[in-house]
Design a protein around this ligand. Structure first.
Ligand SMILES: [Ca+2]
Ligand SMILES: [Ca+2]
Ligand SMILES: [Ca+2]
Length: 126
């Protein structure tokens, strides 16, 4: 039992360290007013796309997705973004997914995300 608890806290430590090593993603709240507007959200998503598109051809291909997945600990966060399932994530698909995520997170539909709504944007942890 004690062993199990130790293992659990070790795991927490490892994932905390991994998060630190990756560097916290810069907040999408560009003007620091505590709210993320749709424009801010899409701008931040565009930045993310740029970082993932290593060869800058406007498409996140399989190799680039594998890199992202390795970075994320084996989980490909783009699997659901590839709308037509051709193995490549285009800018359009990425933006559409970002817009969907924004709409899904904006619980009170005021067109901006407060802190609580921003928290729901983060991918679910397993
Ligand atoms: Ca803002
Ligand atoms: Ca690419
Ligand atoms: Ca809102």
């Amino acid at each position: 039992m004690i062993r199990r608890i130790c293992l659990a806290s070790a795991l927490v430590l490892v994932s905390a360290t991994a998060a630190l090593a990756q560097g916290r993603p810069p907040s999408a709240d560009a003007n620091n007013d505590g709210f993320v507007t749709k424009a801010e959200h899409l701008a931040a998503s565009a930045q993310r796309f740029k970082r993932m598109d290593a060869n800058n051809d406007g498409v996140i291909d399989k190799a680039e997705q594998d890199r992202v997945a390795a970075f994320m600990g084996g989980r490909n966060p783009l699997a659901g973004v590839d709308a037509n399932k051709d193995g490549k994530v285009t800018r359009e698909e990425f933006n559409a997914a970002a817009a969907r995520r924004f709409a899904g997170a904006d619980a009170n539909k005021d067109g901006k995300l407060d802190v609580a709504e921003q928290a729901t944007l983060r991918p679910p942890r397993r």
